[in-house]
Ligand binder design. Structure first.
Ligand code: M6R
Length: 614
């Protein structure tokens, strides 16, 4: 939620900041703004709507040259997406400019205090309150770093704040609590960003910050302090992807590019997971074999698409390890007083590593002495840092707001975890684990075959422009796939879509079926006779009531043909792995349909990529 950029160096700060915001726009696109320090004053502009509005405004009324600046792209929390509520915010004499990601929970009380002292606030935001307070501290004679340290002592909630002082051309100062911020380390220049994509075209050297830290960047260095003013050190790391990974490679949307990157992403996420002897080896595991042998229950917590990956994981972990698994929406987890202790393994799945609901659930689990293992795509993000162990997925940067390669690689990580538990606990023989690994290693090629048949799915999408409602049916591991297919359609095409466990249909939802209603059916592989046959019955039932059935069926299974209006072929894979291939046509369908309907696929309305507020 919200993207933040800070820069100090020798380049034109406006260019660096706007380019950074462009890469962070997926985090929020309700408004955008920039502030520069020039000639002892703050020069700024900010506009409601997408970054393009700000760029046009700056082109019409250029800002002065400057080599130090900050910028913001917003996902609105306090106050509507208007020019006035856009960041940066300043105090009454515009001595400082501040951008903010997060929520300042005691802002009403602080605002009341400022208004009682006759300070005039121009926006409805919590951020302006922080800006006003910071400015008063600077006007009292403190430098920006000292002022920030005093400010954060007064704030409650989650925030990343980045600020500049009109009278100080040497530094940009930021503070971080429960909200993302990374430092980019350059030569004679330094950067701040919500994530590394903000500065990846300038440097691949980064520094992660801990909780409750203030960082000051100058042209020559980076200083990190804890909120109590004691010195601290950030962890430096090298980013292993470059600018080209964050570009569209000739596709119309990042999402389409990311769908097509899935064979590579799956292959990369499988790389280096086996020793020369053939044993599974997860090098970021950090939990001992004994700790894993002691696990008697797994609880998976996640949100959105990551939650559906967790639902698939349940089938795999229970089947291969015989350990019971619960899957819980992270936002619900800590409010139901969950039963967990030191022998419960909590698995937190998050592509971004910054989802606030998931983070809070992790913190709750750790207070109950449970071990937490994160499955995450973002090195240096908060969730892996606050977990006992991590399995990184290697999807590369996922920019499209709708998760695609993030999901597939999360599935891979879940299978790896399930197999690793089975290996440690001895619930599967080595050759059985080896067989599944070989099946997984064949998946990239099978996903590629599905992608090669995209034209058929695109034709189908063209047939559904104007459709008002679509249902998705699945069974077993295909049930979460149905839910994910429906989510993709909702978030991109803004069409009413629902996913159901096919067996549940007759208990109520079948009443929704009417003449011509499209129903997408994920048919389990024929190897699982009962499952497949039950699914065929479900398809017959909806078709008999007028539904238009679009069936995703494995190669060679013709039993479905008489009941399918459209057949989409899937490669033959075992039932537990079928989500890896079955979800791909559903991603393509949603992407294409939304495109044909004229929607912004990468930045759907009301959404943001990284949901850093609860
Ligand atoms: O970064 P995370 O995996 O924690 O994000 C979780 C959800 O917010 C995310 O999957 C969301 O549902 C996507 N928009 C789905 O496409």
């Amino acid at each position: 939620m919200c993207g933040i950029v800070g820069y100090v160096g020798e380049k034109q700060a406006q260019d660096v900041v706007i380019a950074g915001l462009r890469r962070l726009e997926y985090r929020g696109y309700d408004s955008a703004g920039v502030a520069l320090v020039a000639g002892g004053v703050i020069a700024s502009d900010k506009r409601a709507g997408k970054l393009a509005n700000l760029e046009k405004a700056i082109a019409d009324h250029p800002l002065p040259g400057s080599t130090i600046g900050i910028g913001h792209t917003r996902w609105a929390t306090h106050g509507a997406p208007t020019d006035a509520n856009a960041h940066p915010h300043s105090g009454g004499v515009r001595r400082v400019a501040v951008v903010h990601n997060g929520i300042i929970e005691n802002f009403a009380e602080l605002r009341g205090e400022l208004e009682a002292a006759d300070h005039v606030l121009l926006s409805e935001t919590d951020t302006e309150v922080a800006a006003q307070l910071l400015e008063l501290l600077v006007l009292s004679g403190l430098d920006l770093t000292a002022a920030m340290l005093q400010l954060v002592a007064r704030l409650e909630g989650a925030f990343t704040l980045v600020a500049v002082d009109a009278h100080d051309r040497s530094r940009v100062v930021a503070a971080r609590r429960n909200s993302p911020l990374v430092v980019g380390i350059g030569e004679g220049e330094n950067f701040l960003g919500s994530d590394v994509s903000a500065f990846i075209e300038h440097t691949r050297e980064a520094m992660e910050l801990g909780q409750d830290q203030v960082v000051t960047i100058t042209r020559d260095g980076v200083e990190v302090l804890n909120f109590d003013g004691t010195p601290a050190e950030g962890r430096r790391y090298h980013v292993d992807w470059d600018l080209s990974a964050a570009e569209k490679d000739g596709h119309d949307w990042f999402m389409r590019k990311e769908i097509h990157e899935q064979p590579r992403a799956v292959a990369d996420s499988l790389l280096g997971r086996r020793t020369p002897e053939g044993h599974l080896h997860l090098d970021e595991m950090r939990l001992s074999d004994q700790e894993l042998r002691d696990v008697d229950k797994v609880i998976i917590i996640a949100c959105g698409t990551s939650f559906y990956a967790g639902m698939v994981a349940k089938y795999a972990i229970e089947h291969w390890t015989r350990v019971p698994v619960e899957v819980e929406l992270a936002s619900e987890f800590r409010y139901r007083d969950p039963i967990l202790d030191y022998s419960t393994l909590v698995v937190a799945i998050s592509q971004s590593g910054e989802t606030a609901d998931t983070l809070q659930a992790i913190r709750h689990a750790r207070t109950q002495r449970s071990k937490v293992l994160a499955i995450c795509n973002t090195n240096g993000s908060t969730i892996p840092r606050e977990s006992d162990a991590v399995i990184y997925t290697h999807a590369g940067p996922e920019i499209g707001v709708a998760s695609t390669k993030g999901f597939l690689t999360q599935l891979v990580a879940c299978y790896l975890l399930a197999l690793y538990l089975a290996q440690v606990k001895g619930t599967r023989y080595g050759d059985e684990i080896d067989q599944v690994m070989q099946q997984l290693e064949a998946i990239p090629e099978q996903v590629q075959r599905v992608l090669d048949d995209a034209a058929q799915v695109y034709d189908m999408a063209a047939d559904h422009v104007g459709t008002r409602s679509v249902l998705f049916l699945g069974r077993h591991a295909g049930y979460p796939v149905a839910l994910e297919g429906a989510l993709k359609l909702k978030e991109l095409a803004y069409i009413h879509a629902e996913g159901f466990a096919a067996g549940e249909l007759k208990h109520g939802p079948i009443a929704l079926i009417e003449e011509g209603l499209p129903v997408l059916c994920v048919v389990p592989p024929a190897g699982r006779d009962q499952l497949r046959d039950k699914m065929v019955s479900g398809i017959q039932e909806v078709r008999a009531r007028g539904a238009r059935t679009i069936c995703l069926v494995e190669d060679g299974d013709d039993a479905i043909t008489p009941y399918a209006d459209v057949i989409i072929r899937l490669p033959k894979v075992p039932v537990l792995l079928q989500p890896l291939v079955a979800v791909v046509p559903l991603q393509l369908f949603a992407c294409e349909l939304a495109t044909l309907m004229g929607h912004d696929v990468d930045q759907p309305r009301n959404l943001a990529k990284s949901v850093t507020v609860e």
